[in-house]
Design a protein around this ligand. Structure first.
Ligand code: HMG
Ligand code: MG
Length: 302
């Protein structure tokens, strides 16, 4: 049942960096994107066109998008919460927009200041406009495995939001464990529910690694044939509206797992480690990726 090729979407420049309090120079964000594509990533989530009052770190969205050197075969995506965000994404020539709903009412309010139903109504014109422009529409379902404010989130609630996002024209669904609380059995249940509506090729997992479960959750998803995952180089990040949640699972750790299983990713692990070391250096810390730390230690002369 395992797929032979797995696509990783590096969300580090967006999900990873959005949570940093120190302002990161746009040039470093651009350099990170360059290094990720040089390592073989074919999908990169570059930035968000959200309110700069809500997420100041993403205020340089247009500058970053203008600065990246696009490589053929690479898809550059951005988050768009509403039409204002979409207009920014269009002007910046994003290939793909990401709309982001939650399976929890409480999180929807905190993250985007509206109910789930209101958010879907706001996303509909975004999805219509994006598709009319030939841009792909990806949708994330936050808190699919648990919510920092309301706790338990039922698979029914996830399935309902998945269906609503498809109804308004989402072409891809990402099941997001925003706070990394999910374990493999529950992940399988939620993915199986999503697969009732979404084709295998258009379903992905987005696992934050707060409780150290992300690799296992990816393994569980792979066993269902799911072959697209969001990951974050160096394990950067977290969500500003999910306190204490750590970054997405590190791209390096996932590549190591996948290559160990004999699955293809098209990613060069050494160059990826370089990209992670670069951005960690900018942030003045060690990469959170265990694989990256191990490989960097091996490079040191004895
Ligand atoms: P609001 O305050 O309700 O919006 O925020 P509003 O429509 O009333 O507008 C208020 C002000 O924001 C106005 O400016 C608008 O022009 C401006 P003012 O008149 O006060 O000067 N504004 C914007 N500016 C720039 N770009 C825009 C935009 N929209 C309005 N697109 C809003 C609603 C959605 C805008 C706000 O709540 C917001 O920006 N939230 C950002 C949330 C966010 O980025 N969260 C992190 C990303 S999601 C995530 O990490 C989860 C994910 O990784 C999956 C997972 O792990 O779960 C995807
Ligand atoms: Mg996230």
């Amino acid at each position: 049942m395992f797929p032979t090729h797995v696509t990783l979407v590096d969300v580090g420049p967006r999900d990873g960096l959005q949570n940093e309090s120190q302002l990161i120079p746009s040039a470093d964000k651009i350099e990170l994107v360059r290094r990720l594509q040089a390592a073989g990533l074919t999908e990169i989530e570059v930035t968000s066109f959200v309110s700069p009052k809500w997420v100041p770190q993403m205020a340089d969205n247009a500058e970053v998008m203008a600065g990246i050197q696009r490589q053929a075969g690479v898809r550059y995506s951005v988050l768009t919460p509403n039409m204002k965000g979409f207009e920014g994404a269009l002007a910046a020539r994003a290939d793909e927009v990401v709309i982001f709903a939650a399976a929890s009412e409480a999180f929807s309010q905190r993250n985007i200041n509206c109910s789930i139903a209101e958010s879907i109504a706001r996303f509909r014109p975004v999805a219509d406009a994006a598709r009319a422009q030939g841009m792909k529409v990806r949708a994330a379902v936050s808190c699919a495995l648990g919510c920092p404010y309301q706790g338990e989130v039922s698979p029914d609630a996830v399935e309902d939001v998945v269906q609503r996002l498809l109804d308004i024209g989402a072409q891809h669904i990402g099941i997001a464990d925003t706070i990394g609380v999910g374990t493999a059995g529950r992940v399988k249940t939620v993915m199986e529910r999503a697969l009732r509506h979404v084709p295998l090729a258009e379903l992905s997992g987005h696992f934050h690694d707060t409780y150290g479960q992300a690799l296992t959750n990816i393994y569980a998803s792979l066993s269902l044939g799911i072959h697209t995952f969001d990951t974050s180089v160096a394990g950067l990040g977290g969500c500003p509206y999910a306190k204490g949640a750590t970054g997405n699972v590190a791209t390096e750790d996932v590549v190591y797992l996948l290559h160990g299983l004999g699955l293809h990713t098209g990613i060069d692990l050494d160059r990826l480690v370089d990209a992670g070391a670069f951005i960690s250096g900018v942030l003045g810390r060690q990469p959170a990726s265990r694989v990256s730390r191990a490989l960097l230690a091996k490079r040191q002369p004895h």
